[in-house]
Each structure stands twice: as structure tokens, then as C-alpha cells.
Design a binder for this molecule. Sequence first.
Ligand code: FMN
Length: 217
Amino acid sequence: MTKEKFRALERNAARCAACIALAAALALPMLPRTEAAASPSGDGVLVAYFSLSGSVPEGADAVTHATPSIGSTEAAAREIAARTGGTLFAIRTERAYPERHDECSEIAEQEMRDDARPALASHVEGMENYGTVFVGYPIWWYAEPMAVRTFLEEYDFSGKTVVPFCTSLGAGVGRSVENIRELCPDSTVLRGVTLRTGSADFREPVEEWLKEIGIIQ
Ligand SMILES: Cc1cc2nc3c(=O)[nH]c(=O)nc-3n(C[C@H](O)[C@H](O)[C@H](O)COP(=O)(O)O)c2cc1C
């Protein structure tokens, strides 16, 4: 190859590189907003849960101490936190829901009909530190209690991984996961799990599910 030909090739290559750089600069603002503007998230894990019944005593093993006075969802949340090293967070409402099932059921149904957002009495500090947020709840009327919607609307979940889990007498997590996907359109919402109330031990199903969705190995 002659020197002239080699220089011509060099000039062409330099022009191509300049064109590629220009095209990339022009294309950048066209990227989807979520990719360009996702809020920064740390790599922490938060295990947030709403549970109607009382709390597990401090220091107690959630699973072996699971009695009717302990919220099933709280027991499940503790198991998940133990497995993932996550920080537990109880979603508490300002209003107290009645312990009696029929009374609570009536209120829950009314809140659903009203598309209510019950006010919360607990708030997460430093949500930006968490890249993965588990969200747990008992199934009420085949879906998530409305307080869970208040929680999901209170923070910016864009760019985060949201992992739903529920406890119930039989109803599945499916409808509530669809609702969560709608409420968190810019999050990665993983496959949720349904844990049966009264199950003596959440360890096995929790471990199996966490492995399936790739959270633990
Ligand atoms: C108001 C209300 C509505 C409920 N609706 C359902 C339902 O639609 N399907 C179901 O399988 N279980 C339903 N349950 C049962 C709860 O989902 C179940 O007992 C749950 O594990 C309770 O969790 P907790 O102890 O953490 O509050 C309902 C319970 C309440 C209090």
C-alpha cells in the first residue's frame, strides 16, 4: 500500500470515529427517561411489611414463636430479612384496624371501594439507600390492603427492584402484583410469593422462592 493510500484510510477512519461520537451525543437525550434519570439507589435491602396482628417480641425467633398473636406477614418478613440481611420496616397506619375479622373486613372493603389511602404513622428514613425493597402484606379482599398503596406512593421507587410477598388463607399474590406494577411503572417488580397463613414454618417456601427469583443462591 502506498503512503498516500494509507493516509487516506487514516483520514477516513478519523472521520468515521467523529461521526460515531456525534451520533452517540445526539442519541443520548432520546434514551428513555427512566434510564437517563433514574434516582440513585444504594445496594441496601429493605423488607417493608404491613401486618394486622401484634409484633413478635424483641429478640424472638419469628418462626418458632409464630403464635396467633403474631402477624403472619411479620413472621414472613422476619424470615426474609434473616435470609437477605435486609432491614425490617413495619408499615403502620394512623388508624388502628379492629382485631375482629368481620369489622376489619367491612372497613377494608370500604377503603377499597373509596380507593382510599390510609395515612401512615411510620416512614422510611433514607429510602435512597435501598436498591431492593421487599413489600409484604396480608391479602385483604383478594388484593393488597390500601395502606400498601399509600406506602408505594410515598416514595420514588424508580430504578429500584420491588419484591412483593403476601400471606393469605388461600388467595394468591397475582392481583396485588399487577397493582404494584401499575403503581411502580419505573421499577423492576419481581415475581411475588404467596405464603399460607398458619403454615408452621415459612423457612422452606421463603428460601425456595428467594432462590428462584435470584436473590440468594
Ligand atoms: C380484612 C381481611 C380480609 C381478608 N381477605 C382475604 C382474602 O380475600 N383471601 C384470603 O385468602 N385471605 C384473606 N384474609 C386473611 C388474611 O390474608 C390472612 O389471615 C393473613 O395471613 C393475615 O396476615 P397478618 O397476620 O400479617 O395480618 C383476610 C383477612 C382480613 C383481616
